[in-house]
Design a protein around this ligand. Structure first.
Ligand SMILES: [Fe+2]
Length: 275
């Protein structure tokens, strides 16, 4: 698979279909596509025609033009570059967890060289190496959600850094070596001189949240470039919270997801078929 996005056409229609509680048969009938063909599309073994892309978009309440760009692999996000005088640095640490690449991040306050670790699974040793290499002091661990491919490694990083861990109050608790500090929508944390605001982005998990500071947001599995995280809990909550709490931000806010490439609010508004 050479396409840079986390999700392909088959993933997108599968997530939209299951999120809206439509069976394969219902979707195939409504879109006028034989069910075996739709099944193969979801498994990436059959490419849709342009007409089929638009038919499926209509049935699944997706944007047809944006969906076609992804089905034909015509779009990849062009993430805004941080301005040279930005007060923050972001370091991406990408590693396979359970066979699939996952992103962890360091959010660094340039004024104080203090850092937050965002998600801990990919991989504790790599995260500790980066903290060392950049000579930054970790002061907080932020968890976007508690899935093991994001929160594994937490006890090791807690022990190595002594940093407190913040997690949304509605999220199931991951394995932890210390008492977790729970946060809620609108809470503000500090990392050095950076103010980090918690925003609710549930739907993939009950208490999924994003961490927003200046022109960067760490979004976990709420939204990916061109797609969304699997809507395991509530498709409506995921779509509405992402739309209201992330895509309402200014276009050049950079979005750092738990999987796949970084993107921006502007890129997602223009190209994500779910919105
Ligand atoms: Fe997840």
């Amino acid at each position: 698979m050479s396409y840079a996005l986390e999700d392909e056409f088959g993933d997108i229609i599968g997530k939209a279909r299951r999120g809206q509680h439509l069976s394969l048969a219902q979707t195939a009938t409504a879109a006028g596509i034989p069910e075996p063909q739709l099944s193969r599309m979801e498994q990436y073994t059959l490419k849709p025609t342009e007409a089929q892309v638009y038919q499926l978009a209509e049935v699944l309440n997706l944007d047809g033009t944006k969906l076609l760009d992804i089905a034909t692999e015509r779009w990849a996000p062009n993430p805004a570059q941080p301005s040279a005088n930005a007060a923050l640095d972001v370091v991406t640490i990408s590693a396979p967890v359970g066979g699939w690449p996952v992103n962890a991040y360091l959010l660094i306050c340039k004024a104080t060289d203090e850092a937050a670790i965002v998600d801990t699974a990919a991989h504790p040793n790599l995260i500790l190496e980066q903290l060392d290499a950049r000579k930054v002091q970790p002061t907080a661990i932020l968890l976007t959600h508690a899935h093991s491919d994001h929160a594994d490694g937490l006890p090791q990083l807690q022990q190595a850094t002594g940093s407190p861990t913040y997690l949304h109050k509605n999220e199931p608790k991951p394995r932890s070596g210390q008492q977790l500090k729970t946060v809620d929508h609108g809470d503000v944390l500090t990392v050095g001189e950076l103010m980090v605001t918690v925003v609710d982005t549930p739907g993939h998990t009950p208490g999924g949240c994003s961490f927003l500071t200046q022109t960067a947001a760490f979004v976990g599995d709420a939204i990916f470039a061109g797609s969304i995280g699997g809507p395991n809990i509530s498709y409506d909550d995921e779509i509405h919270s992402v739309r209201d709490n992330l895509l309402s931000l200014v276009d050049d806010v950079r979005l750092f997801p738990g999987h796949g490439p970084a993107t921006t609010v502007g890129e997602e508004k223009a190209h994500n078929p779910f919105f």
